[in-house]
Design a protein around this ligand. Structure first.
Ligand code: KG4
Ligand code: ZN
Length: 347
């Protein structure tokens, strides 16, 4: 059993949590959305500075809410890759310093591995092997989870991530940042069959399509052309709810089709979903129905654990520490790192 103090500052959420294996003892998340919203996206330098402002009070709050002192903490963890380097450095430097001062093992954690581990917090009985559909603002992948730190990427987007597509299409429709939750809400009142849109198939040189890889940039361009045509035809106001519903249903269909095919082909009976787009109601509905049809189990973390938080980072760190993994204090922040290279963080 391992009790971890975990920090997450890879993007625009400052988060601290205390986790004991697969149980959350405290979790504090402070979103910077209001600060970045006027810019229509995240401003990296602003994100880093805000992490510095917020982190100290969050650390105190997380320990107080957990009701624990430093003697009860077995290790300190911080997200070290991938993400905005300046933002990552804030949590990473704080985490390493705390580990040094309190003489605890330190663990650098891969952000996407954290998103996978959010599923263990919600479903502690989950055990590998299983398929993880990882859909965040920066990544869209189908990952074969073999064991702690052992991952194989079976499919991925060739261009935009699913969350990025939601954010860009929301901007195109004149909606606020981040686009996912806004489109999701609007889609509830729209007609998902109003506009047929491309699902982003990837053609193979030998003919046919890649079974698991996808593209979202074509869908984004199709949305742009559609909006331009509606405007040229004098349609005013734009049927925003129908556009949102058609777009969301297409993304959900594309992800569902590939996740189901991948799980079936590899004989995996459970699909666990992770990342901000796992909060999407259209994806939740389509994937749940399709999984039921194919007698597969599908797991979605609760909404609060889909988007960035430190509890998922603590859960991943606890498993690594229980396996005897630990990072050196010379570990740095990396903007990119494939999930297949997680074990390079421990030596
Ligand atoms: O995992 P996350 O919090 O941060 C990254 O690691 O990227 O994901 C953020 C992404 C954003 O693109 C946001 O628009 C999207 O998740 N998102 C959603 C929903 N909630 C958040 N996308 C679709 N539907 C939602 N309900
Ligand atoms: Zn994330």
């Amino acid at each position: 059993m391992a009790t971890i103090l975990a920090l997450e500052t890879s993007c625009d959420e400052t988060a601290v949590a205390v986790v004991r294996d697969r149980a959350i003892l405290s979790s504090v998340v402070s979103s910077q959305i209001d600060i970045h919203q006027p810019y229509g996206g995240i401003v990296p330098e602003v994100a880093s500075r805000q992490h510095v402002v917020t982190l100290g009070a969050e650390l105190e709050a997380a320990l107080t809410q957990a009701g624990l002192g430093w003697d009860a903490i077995d290790g300190v963890a911080a997200t070290c890759a991938p993400g905005l380097v300046g933002a990552l450095l804030v949590g990473l430097t704080a985490g390493k310093t705390l580990a040094m001062v309190h003489q605890k093992p330190f663990l650098g954690i891969h952000h996407l591995e954290g998103h996978i581990y959010a599923n263990y917090l919600a479903s502690p009985e989950l055990q590998p092997p299983y398929l993880c559909l990882l859909v965040s603002g920066g990544h869209t992948s189908l990952i074969y989870v073999k064991a702690c730190g052992q991952y194989q990427t079976l499919g991925q987007t060739r261009d935009d991530a699913a969350g990025e597509a939601f954010d860009k299409v929301a901007r195109l429709l004149g909606l606020s940042y981040p686009g996912g939750p806004v489109i999701d809400k609007l889609a509830q009142t729209g007609n998902a069959r109003a506009f047929p849109l491309p699902e982003g198939n990837i053609s193979l040189p030998e003919g046919g399509f890649h079974p698991y890889d996808s593209s979202f940039s074509g869908l984004k361009t199709a949305m742009l052309r559609l909006v331009e045509k509606l405007r040229a035809d004098g349609v005013d106001p734009l049927p925003i709810a129908d556009l949102a519903a058609s777009f969301q249903a297409t993304v959900a269909r594309s992800l569902t089709k590939r996740a189901i095919a991948c799980a079936r082909d590899y004989g995996l009976t459970t699909i666990a979903v992770g990342g901000g787009v796992a909060a999407n109601s259209g994806l939740r509905q389509q994937l749940t129905e399709a999984a039921k049809h194919h007698h597969l189990k599908v797991l979605f973390p609760p909404l609060s654990l889909c988007t960035d938080n430190a509890a998922m980072i603590g859960c991943a760190a606890a498993d690594h520490l229980n396996h005897g993994h630990c990072s050196g204090l010379e570990i740095g922040a990396q903007s990119r790192l494939a999930i297949t290279r997680v074990m390079e963080l421990y030596g």
